[in-house]
Design a protein around this ligand. Structure first.
Ligand SMILES: [Zn+2]
Length: 562
């Protein structure tokens, strides 16, 4: 992918102004999704690319910097939050990012120049893994925790004092002799395993809630956190702290804000070790190194350990160790000159698109799925990618045989980022105009991107999906008719007229069942009892069970009210 910071030479001022306007709007939207709603739509790398593009344009056209430029604010607006607001005594900064060793080298050189150090003068740094969590400031007075606040926009955060009381890593009282007032800063995070358990639990709860209401359970609509970072943020920023109590959150410290009294050390390393001694965890991979080469070696070592860590990290943070030097270096705009976040590249890999399969859903929607030559992406073997719809295939110009760059972010289904062989001449992929299951015409309605099979119940794929829907818990709720049984009965031609044939099974195929492998006296009678119990179904369940597009469980009930 092109470096977003590389500007083409013929970029006009008008183009730049338009792009800056678009970027301001887009970055603002993603900030809101990420911070206020914990529901990001793009990966961190994509977000970083937008920010870098914005920075590059502003550097090239400083007179075009907008009043609402995203570079002027830090983080989200806390105004929308239901939690009370806390002003930070010392602003919570964000870090500048580097994306490769060269940029780290430039940063070290800048630090040297600023401090007037010779090229050979020793310079020490701390380095630690950058956890993907939620920044939090803990204020201790006389050793007692008096306030916890999220970062918010850096100046004003949200009060989460009752919430952090449920985080075991955060002591209510510090050990030893801390400064009179001490704001310890770090990250609230959730470990990978706890994140997976939480999503499983939320799914189970959503299923149980749907069943209790007699509604169709749609797993896609159940609340699921996209990644551990969102899970941590969503769990901490709860108005009701008892919700936080049920979420296994963790914390580690990596810095400090306001200090009244004596700072317990003269270097970053000494103070971090002191914080650890006061009773707060710090990164196990925190270390002190001298010089650029040692920094990069530690980065490599952390990157190597990344897959085995119980939590997700997205880079390594470097800080100038000497605090008097940190003070001399100071800040530029919103970030300290003495710290840098060296980000990991996205988990991406190249492979070959071997086939495009079309799956047909209950409402006849044709969904393309890309079959890949198996490839390892961030420790997971990937063989399928979602291609979404016809437009997405066209946008990427995908054809079978293309080399593709795929990306995996968290537990999200992998996606194709780029077609690497677009330019190679090859027969274009033709999205089917007929259904691969029944041969009926497949069309997209006006203003719709989805292509659907028009075969209705002629279509075996739709027939099976509709039957499954008809017997599902939200609809007629007939036990004993699983997918395997339904597709077997379909194949035998026992259900060719759709759901109505279910009620004819006893009359028409009772004897056939006796000679069918896997069926016994007990299982046949159980099935017939289950079907007979639903011969006079609740009207709304029946209407919903017929699976008419746009008629969900609630609509079905509403329709019958009139
Ligand atoms: Zn079809």
């Amino acid at each position: 992918m092109a470096d977003p910071a590389n500007l083409s030479e013929d970029l006009s001022e008008a183009d730049a102004a338009n792009e800056l306007m678009r970027l301001a709007r887009e970055i603002k939207k993603h900030n809101r999704l990420y911070h206020a709603e914990d529901a990001p739509e793009i990966t961190d790398q994509e977000y970083d690319a937008l920010v870098r593009r914005n920075e590059a344009l502003e550097a090239a056209f400083p007179h075009l910097i907008r009043a609402d430029s995203p570079s002027k604010g830090v983080g989200h607006e806390v105004a929308a939050s239901p939690l009370s607001k806390v002003a930070h005594a010392v602003r919570m900064m964000s870090l500048d990012n580097a994306f490769n060793a060269e940029e780290v080298g430039e940063w070290v050189a800048r630090v040297r120049r600023f401090l007037d150090l010779g090229a050979d003068a020793p310079i020490a740094f701390t380095a630690e893994d950058k956890i993907d969590g939620l920044s939090c400031s803990l204020r201790y007075e006389n050793g007692e925790l008096v306030r916890a606040a999220t970062r918010g926009d850096g100046q004003v955060g949200e009060d989460v004092t009752p919430n952090v009381a449920h985080i075991a890593d955060i002591p209510a009282k510090l050990a030893g002799a801390p400064p009179e007032a001490f704001e310890i800063r770090g990250e609230v995070y959730m470990e990978r395993a706890a994140f997976a358990d939480l999503n499983t639990r939320l799914m189970d709860e959503a299923r149980a809630a749907a069943e209790a209401k007699g509604e169709e359970f749609d797993p896609h609509k159940a609340r699921q956190f996209a990644n551990p970072r969102n899970a941590a943020a969503g769990s901490l920023r709860q108005k009701d702290a008892s919700v936080t109590a049920k979420r296994p959150l963790r914390f580690w410290a990596h810095g400090w804000g306001e200090v009244k009294g004596e700072l317990p050390g003269e270097t970053q390393c000494e103070v971090i070790r002191a914080i650890e001694a006061f009773g707060l965890p710090v990164s196990q991979l925190f270390t002190r190194v001298e010089g650029l080469d040692a920094l990069l070696a530690h980065y490599k070592s952390i990157a190597g350990q990344r897959p085995d860590l119980p939590y997700e990290i997205d880079g390594v943070v470097y800080k100038v160790d000497r605090i008097d030097w940190q003070e001399r270096l100071g800040f530029v705009a919103k970030a300290p000159r003495w710290a840098l976040a060296h980000k990991f590249p996205a988990e991406r890999a190249e492979t070959t698109l071997e086939a495009i399969d079309i799956q047909v859903g209950r409402t006849g929607k044709l969904t393309p799925v890309g079959r890949l030559a198996p490839v390892l992406v961030g420790g997971v073997t990937v063989t399928n990618v979602t291609l979404h719809n016809r437009d997405e295939i066209a946008r990427l110009g995908l054809r079978v045989g293309d080399r593709v760059l795929i990306q995996r972010a968290g537990d999200v289904i992998p996606q194709v980022v780029e077609n690497l062989t677009r330019e190679v001449e090859r027969e274009p992929y033709r999205f089917p105009s007929t259904c691969p299951e029944c041969g009926s015409e497949a069309v997209a309605e006006e203003d719709e991107v989805d292509v659907r099979c028009t075969g209705g119940l002629i279509c075996p794929a739709q027939r099976l999906e509709r039957l499954k829907h008809f017997v599902s818990r939200g609809a007629l709720d007939i036990e004993g008719l699983g997918e395997k049984t339904l597709s077997e009965f379909l194949e035998r031609g026992w259900l060719k007229n759709g759901p109505v044939d279910i009620f004819r099974l006893e009359d028409d195929h009772f004897d056939d069942l006796w000679t069918t492998k896997g069926w016994s006296d007990v299982s046949i009678h159980n099935l017939m009892d289950a079907i007979n119990a639903k011969r006079a179904p609740d009207a709304a369940r029946l209407l919903f069970g017929l699976g008419i597009r746009h008629v969900g469980a609630v609509t079905a009930r509403d329709l019958l009210k009139g």
